[in-house]
Design a binder for this molecule. Structure first.
Ligand code: 3HC
Length: 315
């Protein structure tokens, strides 16, 4: 009886818009879905460093290289904030890493696509970070305190990521015909996978209904996707490149852009591990884990030595 009351009191707290903190009572299912979503968000940040890292040594100027290095470093920090937020729910960093490395946990499908030209780095900043901002601004008001606070910090840095990507494409689009073609080719390859970042259609979403009841999500997958499309079409117009969707058309009645069918078979194939770069990304993460073992062991040995020294000094 007591458990039912606690769940009822918890939902009333959520309904009043109160923020849930780690020390508060919370339902096991709420805890579990937060661990699922926040850790997968963290995994996405860390895996997302790989496609961009591919271009650090090939950036066309020192200025572009420095901006790309700063962005990738930010993404590592975003992953660490989010792993820390997940740990407040009673799971260790090691367990989270193992969930990623064993394929038990997901990361965003978008990072399983290759970065074939420098224009892709622009498209990632403009579209991928642009889509992430749309989703993450909503998450700054999510009901779980540590997650919402991590989002506030992350969103500030994402704005720089989106801006630097858009500027890369603006330079290419104002450059030679070949450079403009590179930008158009990148938009052609990154547009639809960016729309998939918002998740499956609401009708097929496993978690949206419950996540919205718990105010983990304040907008649905389709709402955020539509908002992103409406905002991005105008930005493409300024660049002078064409969004690869012949069905994209302003619908005065709806007050939104109508858009074509998303290839959900492709989405689920990539989510299930059969995308262009899934194997490469996981091999890179496993390699980093294996090669970093000595760093983890040294850090633990040093911490244990320090702890022993502190105890010796206090007795
Ligand atoms: N890639 C991989 N898996 C996806 C996915 C995607 N793009 N979209 C949905 N899924 C998975 C879900 O994780 C869920 O699987 P699970 O039960 O095993 O976790 C399943 O598909 C059904 O999807 P739902 O819509 O029911 O799942 P959610 O309610 O969790 O919604 C989400 C999906 C909108 C991605 C939500 O989890 C979310 O908002 N996550 C936080 C934001 C995030 O993770 N963004 C990823 C990109 S981060 C990034 O881009 C970093 C930036 O710096 C570049």
């Amino acid at each position: 009886m007591q458990e039912i009351n606690q769940e009822k009191l918890f939902q009333e707290k959520i309904d009043r818009g109160e923020v849930i903190e780690p020390r508060d009572w919370l339902p096991e299912k709420y805890r579990k879905t937060l661990i699922r979503q926040i850790s997968q968000h963290a995994h996405s940040e860390i895996v997302g460093m790989l496609p961009e890292g591919n271009w650090i040594t090939r950036a066309p100027s020192l200025r572009r290289k420095v901006a790309l290095l700063a962005k990738i470093q930010d993404e590592a920090g975003h992953g660490l904030y989010l792993y820390s937020a997940t740990e407040t729910l009673g799971i260790t960093r090691e367990e989270l890493y193992q969930q990623l490395l064993t394929g038990k946990a997901k990361y965003s499908s978008i990072f399983n696509y290759p970065t074939l030209t420098w224009a892709d780095i622009g498209a990632i900043g403009w579209l991928v970070d642009g889509a992430a901002i749309v989703n993450q601004v909503m998450l700054t008001r999510t009901s779980y305190g540590p997650y919402a606070r991590a989002m506030v910090r992350i969103c500030k840095e994402e704005s720089f990521h989106q801006r630097q990507g858009y500027e890369i494409l603006l330079s290419l689009c104002n450059g030679t015909e070949v450079q403009k073609q590179m930008a158009q080719d990148a938009l052609n390859r990154w547009w639809w996978p960016s729309l998939m970042m918002f998740g499956p259609p609401d009708a097929e979403s496993t978690h949206t209904e419950q996540s919205m009841k718990w105010k983990i999500k304040l907008k649905s997958n389709d709402e955020l996707r539509q908002y992103f499309i409406d905002m991005t079409v105008e930005q493409a117009r300024v660049l002078g490149i064409t969004i690869p969707d012949p069905d994209l058309k302003w619908n005065e009645e709806r007050g939104h852009y109508d858009f074509g069918e998303i290839d959900w078979d492709e989405f689920w194939q990539v989510v299930k591990g059969h995308g262009p770069c899934n194997k490469e990304r996981m091999a890179a993460r496993q390699g980093a884990w294996d090669e970093g073992a000595w760093v983890r062991e040294a850090a633990v040995a040093y911490a244990e030595k320090q702890a022993a020294k502190n105890i010796a000094e206090t007795v």
